[in-house]
Every structure is written in C-alpha cells, then in structure tokens.
Design a protein around this ligand. Sequence first.
Ligand SMILES: Nc1ncnc2c1ncn2[C@@H]1O[C@H](COP(=O)(O)OP(=O)(O)O)[C@@H](O)[C@H]1O
Ligand SMILES: [Mg+2]
Length: 368
Amino acid sequence: MADIYIGLMSGTSADLIDCATLDLSSEEIKVLNCKNFEIPEDLKADIIQSSQSEKIEQELIDDLDFRMAEVLVNSVKEIISDSDIETKDIKAIGSHGQTIKHEPKSKTPYTLQIGDPQKISNDLNITTVGNFRHDDIGAGGEGAPLTPVFHNKVFGNDRKRKAIVNIGGITNITALNYPELIGFDTGPGNCLMDCWSRIHNVGNYDDKGSWASSGTINPFLLEAMMGDEYFLRKYPKSTGPDYFNHEWINKNLFKLSKEIPAEDVQATLVQVTVVSLIESINILNLSNENIYLCGGGVHNDFLCSEINKQSKARVSTTLELGIDPDYVEAICFGWLAKQRIESKSFNLGEITGSKGEVYLGRIYEPSK
Ligand SMILES: Nc1ncnc2c1ncn2[C@@H]1O[C@H](COP(=O)(O)OP(=O)(O)O)[C@@H](O)[C@H]1O
Ligand SMILES: [Mg+2]
C-alpha cells in the first residue's frame, strides 16, 4: 500500500489552485501528478477585495471559508479522477488555504487562511492538515515563510550553497547550506505588478512582462519605493499584499511632483521586485552561487531577464533540480502534511523567528 499525500496551494496572487499528488512511501519524494484549477471569478474578486480591506465582517469570512473549501474539494476530486491513485491510499491532504490576512507583528498577532479544512476533510472523508502558520505565530514567529524546510529537504542534499527564490505574489528566498538554513520574504513578487495591471485593464497580470518592457524606469519613484522600511529591516521578516498593494503604490506616487505614465510605473514596479531580491542575495553573500527560481514569476520573461542582467549569480529555475517551478509550493504542503501526521516538529528560529520546536499544521479528521 502506497502512502499518498495531496498538496493544495493557492498563494497570495489568488490566480489558481495548484494541486500535487505525491507518493511519500519512502524518503524519496515521488511526484505523481500536478494540475492547476481555476478559482471562480466572483470568488477571486471577493478574495482580492477582502485581503485589501482593513476590516472584514465575520459573516463574509465564513462565506469565503465555505466557498473556497468547495473549490478545493472539487479540485481534489478532479485530480483523483485524473490520477492513477486509489482514495483509500490517500493518507492526508495538506491544504494551505487562501491567505486573506497575515499580521504576525500586530498587537494581537494573527494569520487567516480561508478554505475550511474541516469541510474538506468531511466532504472527502480524508484527513486534512490545514492552518500551517498558526502555531508558528503562537510561538512568537512570523508564520512565514515555511517553504525553506522543504527546500532544504529536496534541494539541499548536495551540501552546496545555493538560493531558492519563489516569486509568487510575494518573493521569498531560501539560502541553503549557508551552513544554517535561512529564509525570508524579500518583498513584493508579482503582487504590485498584478495590481497595477488590473487597474489599467491590462489583465490579471502583465503577460510575459511585455507592458512593463514598453515603459521606462522612473528613478525618483524607484528611490521612493526602495526607501520603504520593509527593505531596510533585517531578516527574519515576512510580508503580504495587505502591505504591498494599491495603497502602497499610491503613497509612493504621491511623493513625486509629476504624473508618470502608467507603463513607466509598471517598469519601475518590476525593478522594485528585482532590486529588493538582488539586495537580499548580496546581503546573504550569495552573489557567486546558483540561484534557482520558482513560482509564477518565472513566466514573466522581462522580470527574469532583469534578474539575470542585474545579478552576478547564475540564475535558472528549479526545473534544473527536477521540480516544476509552478508546483514547488503545492508539493511542499503535501510533504508538510506528512510531517505533521507523523508528529515531526521544526525549529524555525532562524526563519520565522519562532521559539522552540513547532508543529506546522493542525489535523482535521473527518467528523462523520
Ligand atoms: N505568462 C505570465 N506572464 C507574466 N506573469 C505571469 C505569467 N504567468 C504567471 N505569472 C505571474 O505569476 C503569478 C502567480 O504566481 P504564483 O507562484 O502562483 O503566486 P502565488 O503563490 O502568490 O499564487 C500571477 O499572478 C502572475 O503575476
Ligand atoms: Mg498561485
């Protein structure tokens, strides 16, 4: 009998649900199938709006929690019917959920992921691990990023120093074999570019970065943006689109005395992602090592060529290390589900800043 796990991820971009089925019967991580699923447009709009508003009514949270869980349940049903696996062999689902709020440093620190794991567990009759970030925050940590422990497991065995950089809504970097494990959010990934594209009716994102490449970087705007205190803060640190959003762009535009063409703003936003990443690579002294990219940002040709141009490091994607860059996070949460089921805890002091050993995720057994 195989030990099958399913990983479900929908990141801060709220673009798609990424789903991976894994055979974790041995120490080796065998990826069986990867697929992504659409999030209905009305749900996507509600998610984006809620994640950018200061206060959300409990009623709306409950409604989103239910609707997102339904979409996640259907995604699992589809991937099962598309795969050569038997439901009885599925040990557990690791479902990250959709982040609506992430405020680990507020007076009452909290993080909120919707997509009720109990409903997923009940509807599918499969044990589900969810709320991966709660107990890390409870132990005084940032609750993010969590992927470094997985990056270390799959990419760190050769003992070579290297960096894994996930460019999702937010960018996070993992330094492997430093020798210690280090990971933090460097700043925005695609979230500001996506936001500006939506406002200017370019689409949900700037395909391949072609709109940005038609603009000219505005050095004054870039300077204003790069002066943000987040970039100056030392790691461990984490952030989200509740910070890097439309309001953040407007606040910086307001500091300038002249109007700037929209495509120039977009070109400048690309640089904010690139420069904050390169600065982090330099702070970590990784500029002579290999950098492996993953996340949706790898499809933004303009962004990737700018990273290549401005970095001395050799830049490629995790495909070179054998894992599809679009599914690293989904695979991670399937693997983390197994760690939780087997009661493995982690010390994330250098990554999230939490104290002591922490269990990542809470287990939801089917209640029927
Ligand atoms: N063809 C493309 N051109 C430019 N950007 C893209 C393309 N495909 C995906 N992306 C970017 O990747 C983002 C999704 O990346 P993802 O890693 O899924 O982020 P998250 O983890 O936040 O969901 C999209 O919102 C978009 O900005
Ligand atoms: Mg995504």
